[in-house]
Design a protein around this ligand. Structure first.
Ligand code: FAD
Length: 557
């Protein structure tokens, strides 16, 4: 590596992939998409927070990438001849995390955001090199905790966990300081005129201080939605970025459709909260939901799909183009819509449950939650595959996992391979006919009482962590009567729509609804939100991608 001024503690074995040097032939191919530009030492090429930033390849001279924080700068890296700028936000057009400055006069090739997307979509070899470098750079930034924000939080705070998950699942790098573990944190809080009771506190770019912000506020502060025109009529608006929505975004954008995806929190949906998906085709050793979603999200961006972090609140369905109304006030016109809002976890019917959500009660079992448990005993509630996965995953690091099921055994609800794993784990105990009846604690869950419905006996256990994996209900409340639902609130599509359904919904076309089409022409549903769907990652991906062929037909109608 030519650079001696490297700023980050990078993994040297991957250096040549993180900061590759392009060959003269590759540089010539990049040049065909952009223009050569002379640059002077000291010239600023990209300022932190700029959106849709250009992409630069150094021909001669040198650029430095620095992280500004208030008045200070930290060196991240230096790019010499043959090297190029950029990371994941360069692809998405989101705000730049860093500042780029010329440190030695020379020449660069400059590509605008669209020109760079054109290069990635057409030159397979350069696409591989650039995409790999962008992703690995982001991975290094996350591992090193180098970003444009600092989170000050507490291990005992549910909102700290929420914000950590939001940032992690959106793949945004951040530095974390824990109130409980870092005594110097008070000085930092003082310098931003905040007090410990404001925690969690998020400091964006060393300037904006947010006290216990909601997800939407964080997205706004980081400018997640800024680079997207929210008034343009889109070919397809996908609502929900779980496996089905992400699949639709990848297939739709790659087939030339202008696609916007709306997502309330972060890409991945339910699958994103899975520690390891072992039955998804092509991943024989399994893949975490977070990795799968992260890859799909970058793939969708590569083809030009845009993602807004915002909740869809309504479809205006009485005229076309339809309008999808969004919590942040935007009204996005759409020729077609795909509803991929999936389902949300069922909660335990316990009075003080909300007091402990994120502070002892968790709905996902990923590395973030597992870290919070240390070597403690934990409870997993539920008898389905998600409960089985969580039990096996948690058993690796915790003292004991109690799996609580209401029925007699796991046999009817869980895949055989997971039952076998549980049987082979000496520290997993399955407790049939068992339900939690009370939760106790102050700021964090301290103890649990469970009851055996066969014997009527209750037992108290000092267990501080419960993973609730008891299935999910459809996210269809926001549809506001526009679309025919089944008795359980799932969306009816295609052949499941009866003639009575269609006439009640005012179906006006000569044709019958397509396979995944709802009672509203040009509005489709895919994945867990659809009545009768198989609730799996593979089937959701299949439905999301299949919906695109019907979208093309509707657009031609
Ligand atoms: C812990 C766990 C482990 C699992 N493991 C496996 C497994 O190993 N193998 C397998 O095949 N399946 C597994 N599943 C099931 C699988 O994850 C789901 O079937 C799949 O995620 C469904 O995908 P989806 O895109 O239809 O919906 P979801 O994954 O539910 O995604 C819906 C998305 O829509 C968003 N959303 C909701 N409402 C709105 C709105 N109004 N506006 C904007 N966005 C909105 C949500 O935030 C969410 O991101 C698991 C599920 C869980 C919970």
């Amino acid at each position: 590596m030519s650079n001696t001024r490297r700023g980050l503690p990078l993994t040297s074995s991957r250096m040549e992939k993180i900061f590759p040097v392009l060959t003269p032939a590759q540089i010539n191919r990049v040049e065909a998409y952009g223009q050569i530009r002379a640059v002077q030492s000291g010239e600023l090429l990209v300022e932190q927070s700029d959106t849709n930033v250009p992409f630069f390849v150094v021909i001669t001279g040198e650029l430095e990438i620095v992280r500004p924080f208030g008045a200070q700068e930290t060196l991240v890296t230096v790019h010499g001849p043959g090297q190029f700028t950029g990371e994941v936000n360069t692809l998405s057009g989101r705000r730049s995390i860093f500042r780029s400055r010329v440190t030695k006069t020379g020449k660069v090739i400059e590509l605008g955001h669209q020109q760079m997307l054109g290069l990635i979509q057409t030159d397979a070899e350069l696409s591989d090199i650039l995409m790999r470098a962008f992703i690995l750079r982001r991975v290094e930034l996350i591992a090193a905790g180098v970003g444009d924000i600092i989170l000050i939080g507490s291990t005992y705070s549910a909102d700290t966990l929420r914000i950590k998950e939001f940032l992690m699942r959106n793949g945004h790098p951040y530095s974390y300081i824990d109130l409980e573990r870092d005594p110097d944190v008070q000085n930092l809080l003082d310098s931003f005129q905040t007090v410990a009771s404001d925690v969690p506190v998020l400091i964006c770019r060393g300037q904006v201080v947010l006290r216990n912000p909601g997800n939407q506020q964080i997205a706004d502060c980081l400018g997640f939605n800024e680079s997207i025109d929210q008034t343009q009529v889109r070919d397809l608006v996908v609502v929900g970025a779980g496996p089905s929505g992400l699949a639709a975004a990848v297939y739709g954008a790659s087939e030339g459709l202008d696609v916007v995806v709306l997502e309330t929190s972060s890409p991945g949906g339910q699958a994103g909260s899975s520690s390891k998906i072992e039955n998804y085709l092509g991943f024989p050793t399994g893949i975490s939901g977070q990795d799968l979603a992260g890859r799909a999200y970058i793939q969708a961006q590569k083809f030009g799909a845009k993602m807004l972090i915002a909740r869809a609140t309504r479809i205006v369905c009485d005229h076309r183009p339809y309008i999808v109304e969004v919590e942040n006030g935007a009204r996005i016109p759409a020729r077609t819509v795909l509803i991929a809002t999936g389902a949300q976890y069922r909660k335990l019917p316990l009075q003080n449950l909300s007091q402990f959500e994120g502070a002892g009660i968790y709905y996902g079992a990923t590395f973030v939650e597992r870290q919070l448990c240390g070597g403690d005993e934990v409870i997993v509630v539920g008898g389905g595959n998600s409960a089985g996965q969580a039990a096996v995953f948690l058993a690796q690091t915790t003292k004991r996992v109690h799996v609580l099921v209401r029925s007699a055994s796991l046999a009817t609800s869980m895949s055989r391979y997971l039952i076998r794993r549980i049987e082979e784990s000496p520290n997993v105990t399955v407790r049939p006919y068992t339900e939690i009846v009370t939760l106790e604690g102050n700021h964090h869950l301290e103890s649990v009482r469970w009851r055996n419905s066969q014997t009527g006996q209750t037992e108290k256990h000092n267990i501080k962590h419960i993973f609730v994996m008891t299935g999910a209900d459809p996210n269809t409340g926001w549809l506001n009567g526009c679309i025919v639902l089944d008795a359980k609130g799932f969306i009816n599509t295609g052949p499941d729509l009866s003639p009575e359904n269609l006439s009640a919904a005012g179906w006006s076309l000569n044709r019958q609804p397509y396979l995944l089409e709802t009672s509203l022409p040009g509005v489709f549903a895919a994945g867990d939100v659809r009545g009768g769907s198989i609730k799996r990652v593979a089937s959701s991906v299949g439905e999301g991608s299949s919906a695109i062929s019907f979208v093309h037909k509707v657009i031609l109608e």
